[in-house]
Design a protein. Structure first.
Length: 165
């Protein structure tokens, strides 16, 4: 009897350990190039390439970007989290700027066409549907005191990046 209780407890602990491990697993970033192959066909990739998001990393190396970095006390804007948190996707290629995964979530688990064609499967695999909160949580908010820009208006700027799903 005692062995059965011990076996059940051990089994339960192993199951809980496995479930906690699975629940905490993070999706991985793959970079915009992984999205471009399929999304070139529907114009989404070109819409992104023409946007300010695609040029966000390049902005850090411009004269204006260097000026902002100096004002913020940053030696290298391309490597400092004060700047990269908004100008770079947490992706494999910083030079892509604010790529697809900044708004749609890390794509390794949803990038396959078979998953992308099923909205429920894609969402379960980490695909996010961006909204105003997506934009304002990390970047387009009042916490950034370095940039002297007009207040962010989702209604004004979202149409500039909106694309087919």
């Amino acid at each position: 009897m005692k062995n059965q209780v011990l076996l059940k407890s051990l089994t339960m602990m192993i199951c809980m350990f496995f479930l906690v491990g699975v629940a905490s697993a993070q999706h991985e970033y793959v970079g915009a190039k992984s999205c471009t192959g399929c999304h070139k066909k529907n114009g989404v990739a070109d819409k992104w390439k023409e946007s300010k998001h695609a040029a966000a990393f390049t902005d850090l190396t411009s004269a204006n970007g260097k000026k902002f970095a100096t004002t913020a006390g940053v030696a290298d804007a391309t490597k400092d989290a004060k700047c990269t948190k908004c100008h770079v996707t947490n992706a494999t290629n910083a030079a892509e700027g604010v790529g697809c995964e900044s708004c749609h979530g890390a794509g390794k688990d949803y990038k396959l066409p078979a998953v992308m064609k099923d909205k429920a499967k894609a969402a379960a695999a980490g695909l996010l549907t961006p909204n105003e909160k997506t934009c304002t949580t990390t970047c387009h908010n009042d916490a950034d005191k370095t940039h002297a820009r007009a207040k962010f208006s989702f209604a004004t700027f979202y149409p500039k990046i909106k694309h087919k799903q």
